[in-house]
Design a protein around this ligand. Structure first.
Ligand code: GUN
Length: 294
């Protein structure tokens, strides 16, 4: 792998290795960490993501159960399932895969998961704790994974100018909140850019670190990146591709081939942020299991 690539697969494997001994300790104490997945509808990307998370659980020795509900499921039916999972002592974590069908309020659903089982970090209590710098909460997996990538690949965030592209609840907003906290892998000066930002390029050109989570295929071009900057690509976008059998391919939010030549460090995509999201989910689940003793 070229020197400037941040290898998310290798870093995630390192984290999973660390978690294996914690899972073994839990098992000695008679506890098998348990995680429930809930998927509503047949969104193809969600099927793939939940499948990967199930496989990672099985490999680490985390017990998991997946509930697949039809697209027409009502909000009340989904709330009833979550209430059942909240009170199931075998389960330490609950993950309701987003996006949910339009007729279901994501905020009502995420608010109904017990904060102690909210391994996604989406419940308002955990979101509030993140804003307050209170480490007792659960942090959302993708931005937490980005922080780990930066720390473990020696990228200095202290005093750095960071541009976060995107203001979504799953990545952009929590990413900015994490990076501006006091502490390790943080202490940065953070700018959030979004669809209403004037002249995104001028913000990007100042950045020591760009985190792209804007959901636009190959949005970050080489002329938007300061030479030597670190570029983290969170995007997963399906685009037409005449050369592929399916007629489509997946690309990130970064024009990798061009930006790689300018960046000091860059995540490949795939193989960058994706494996870290899963590693952080498993870390949150192991932690939720450990906390269930107290
Ligand atoms: N959809 C995309 N990313 C995520 C995630 O981190 N958690 C859940 N629940 N859904 C997602």
């Amino acid at each position: 792998m070229p020197a400037n690539l941040i290898d998310g697969r290798a870093i995630a494997a390192q984290i999973l290795g660390e978690l294996a001994s914690r899972v073994a300790d839990l098992k000695k104490r008679g506890v098998a960490p348990g995680l429930a997945f809930v998927r509503v509808g047949e969104d193809p990307a969600s099927k793939v993501y939940v499948g990967r998370k199930e496989k990672a659980c099985a490999e680490l020795g985390i017990f998991s159960e997946t509930y697949v509900l039809p697209e027409a499921t009502s909000e009340n039916e989904l709330l009833a399932l979550i209430a059942k999972l909240n009170s199931d002592p075998r389960l330490h974590g609950i993950l309701v895969q987003a996006p949910l069908p339009k007729h279901i309020s994501e905020s009502r659903i995420y608010s109904s998961v017990l904060p102690a089982k909210d391994v996604d970090g989406f419940h308002p209590v955990n979101v509030g704790k993140l804003m307050l710098g209170d480490a007792t909460g659960f942090r959302p997996c993708t931005p937490a994974g980005v922080v780990e990538l930066l720390v473990r690949s020696g990228v200095k965030t202290d005093g750095a100018e960071v541009v976060v592209l995107g203001r979504g609840n799953i990545v952009g907003k929590p990413m900015a909140a994490m990076l501006c906290q006091k502490g390790k892998g943080a202490n940065a000066t953070v700018t959030i850019c979004h669809s209403a930002t004037r002249d995104i390029k001028s913000h990007c050109l100042r950045a020591d670190i760009i985190v792209a989570a804007i959901g636009v295929a190959e949005f970050v071009k080489a002329d938007m990146v300061k030479p030597g900057a670190t570029v983290i690509d969170v995007g997963v976008n399906r685009v037409p591709d005449a050369n592929s059998k399916t007629g489509t391919k997946l690309v990130g939010d970064v024009d990798f081939a061009a930006v790689e030549k300018i960046a000091g460090k860059i995540t490949p995509n795939p193989g960058g942020v994706g494996p870290m999201t899963i590693a952080m989910l498993l870390q949150n689940t192991v932690r939720a299991s450990e906390l269930s003793f107290n």
